[in-house]
Design a protein around this ligand. Sequence first.
Ligand code: NAP
Length: 252
Amino acid sequence: MIATKFGWNFDADGKTIGLNSRPGYIREMTEGSLRRLGVEAIDLYYQHRVDPEVPIEDVAGTVKELIAEGKVRHFGLSEAGVRTIRRAHAVQPVAALQSEYSLWWREPEDEILPTLEELGIGFVPFSPLGKGFLTGKIDETTTFDPTDVRNTVPRFSPENRRANQAMVELVTRIAAEKQATPAQVALAWLLARRPWIVPIPGTTKLHRLEENLGAVDVELTADDLREIEDASSRITVQGARYSESSQRMIDR
Ligand SMILES: NC(=O)c1ccc[n+]([C@@H]2O[C@H](COP(=O)([O-])OP(=O)(O)OC[C@H]3O[C@@H](n4cnc5c(N)ncnc54)[C@H](OP(=O)(O)O)[C@@H]3O)[C@@H](O)[C@H]2O)c1
């Protein structure tokens, strides 16, 4: 399955300059993606962020046309709120929502997951390892490349990383009990939430890809899940998950 997204506006140098989900621009982006990927159709085409300038019905209608033309197979949204999801779904059924969800970002449980369940839409949690934090390989002394987005995330300030270690200690404790790794427990927890939840951990390393795939064999029992629930409910995660400018792009 090849999945990609549209929704950012690019300048001539390929730098992103805000959002752009205007129908003509979606079509332009689609042709570019098909050419670069070397495929006849994009299996799953997500809108990356909801564009407040373009009614979601126009976006869904454009993707509907692209599906009819055989260029796209399924429609997805990312970080869309429930009202937008319902409006889009009424025009073109939404196959999947890709939004952040993990042990340290559980907002989707309030409104998003019940709505997806009702409408029969799959959920694809991004940053399921808390951008690497939940793996236990990051602490307050870790430094990131200057281009790394985590430098701009309040949750990754050194003091918040120190404060948030409690969540890592929890995952590490469960991992020891299950003879698994913390990353596998963080992913197994997501997989245990609903059968239609499919996390997408990111890594640049083959051995970690293999480790992360091993999460499907980590079975968390009802007791394990209760222990995680009890312990995590006593932890208050410190720091926002996004910088203010990134947060402004989130549709709620
Ligand atoms: N829709 C959206 O707006 C959106 C936003 C953000 C991300 N995403 C997508 O979501 C996916 C993953 O999200 P993400 O990369 O932000 O966060 P993530 O999957 O939570 O964490 C990735 C980080 O964890 C490290 N890592 C991965 N597996 C590990 C392991 N087993 N042990 C130790 N460290 C491990 C990786 O480093 P190494 O590379 O060094 O292994 C990387 O720094 C990507 O496909 C990304 O494109 C989508």
